[in-house]
Design a protein around this ligand. Structure first.
Ligand code: ATP
Ligand code: LTN
Length: 330
């Protein structure tokens, strides 16, 4: 039986965070044996915020190195860079003609980002979900593993795909979203009611995957908690709840088991334990990352082979799309 297909991606819009790891990459690693996986560094998407060209180049390569360092095997997965496969941008134009202004206006990411970057509400920020839909649909993906902030984008992908299928006959697989049970939304360490996001200006709010141990310790020590003073799962304690999720994922325990273990400890002790758990998980990732960044030739080999393989699959779907809408083949 053929393996089911997975597609997912991360924007190279900054240094990858613990949120990206727990919400996305750590799950990708778990899925790589069972599925035929396409994992992409979505540089076209990153352009919806201004990127300094040389930083974008570095961040793209670093994201690729992080994928490998976290344990994604290039023999089992197709690892590639979005701009290397032009079919994504081509498909996005066509699909944008089948996506409505009204539905794009309802996207919470668009609303959030346009209030955060009010000086640069570009058209790409608005049509972002169309390109994301094409990423997924070109590979006929069954499953899209993402953090919970991306659920709405997978839903609109399904709507667009169904619309195309209804209008032109069955063309796309309708994908399902896959969200982890714990860690689907790691929160900012400084404002625990907000998502930890790599484009946050406050560095203390974010654990970067490449933060050295002392920095991780310091950031957790400074993490905002509450005056209740008890390690327990309560909506009135978003800071503690977030730390419990992080610990629980890193130590492979349920949140309830974590509470049981730390319910009689103070926040200081618990924060140190969380920091240690994160440091332990990130240590091998960081070691491998530094090795990989010293071997650019290998990284190039991986993303080139990935692009070739991705291109074949994507072209096939794009050709089908063009034919169905009535474009004359060259
Ligand atoms: P940006 O701040 O530039 O929008 P981001 O940090 O939100 O970036 P993305 O590249 O948009 O990261 O997200 C990549 C993947 O990581 C997505 O699957 C997203 O759901 C997941 N992710 C991002 N932040 C978190 C988080 N705080 N908790 C859980 N998952 C997250
Ligand atoms: N929008 C996603 C990144 C992304 C993606 C995708 C995720 C772009 N294309 C396709 C899954 C599938 C984000 O995390 N901001």
């Amino acid at each position: 039986m053929e393996k089911k297909v997975i597609f997912s991606g991360i924007q190279p819009s900054g240094k990858l965070t613990l949120g990206n790891y727990i919400g996305a990459v750590a799950n990708w690693v778990k899925l790589q044996d069972e599925y035929d996986c396409y994992y992409c560094v979505v540089d076209l998407h990153a352009m919806t915020q201004y990127q300094v060209p040389k930083d974008l180049r570095r961040q793209t390569l670093e994201a690729m190195a992080v994928y490998l360092a976290c344990g994604l095997d290039p023999e089992k997965n197709t690892l590639f860079i979005q701009s290397h496969v032009p079919a994504h941008a081509e498909a996005a134009w066509l699909m944008s003609t089948m996506t409505y202004f009204g539905e794009l206006s309802r996207m919470t990411q668009f609303k959030d980002k346009s209030s955060r970057q009010s000086e640069n509400i570009n058209a790409g920020l608005f049509t972002y979900p169309v390109l994301m839909a094409c990423d997924i649909l070109l590979y006929q993906a069954d499953l899209v593993p993402v953090g919970s902030d991306q659920k709405q984008h997978v839903e609109i992908t399904r709507d667009i795909a169904e619309r195309f299928n209804n209008r032109y006959s069955e063309t796309f697989k309708i994908p399902e979203v896959y969200i982890p049970k714990v860690g689907a939304r790691i929160m900012s360490l400084q404002e625990p009611t907000k998502k930890m996001s790599k484009s946050d200006e406050n560095e203390n709010a974010i654990i970067y995957l490449l933060d050295p141990p002392e920095v991780i310790k310091k950031k957790f020590k400074r993490a905002v908690t509450d005056s209740i003073g008890k390690v327990q799962l309560s909506d009135d304690q978003p800071g503690i709840k977030n730390l419990i999720s992080i610990y629980s994922v890193c130590r492979n325990m349920t949140p309830e088991e974590v509470v049981e273990k730390y319910k009689n400890e103070g926040y200081g002790v618990f924060k140190d334990a969380v920091a240690d758990a994160v440091i332990e998980v990130l240590k091998p990732v960081q070691d491998r990352f530094h090795e990989l960044m010293n071997n650019k030739a290998y990284l190039e080999e991986v993303y080139k082979a990935g692009a070739e393989k991705a291109e074949r699959t994507a072209r096939k779907t794009l050709r089908k799309m063009y034919k169905k809408v009535g474009f004359i083949p060259r």
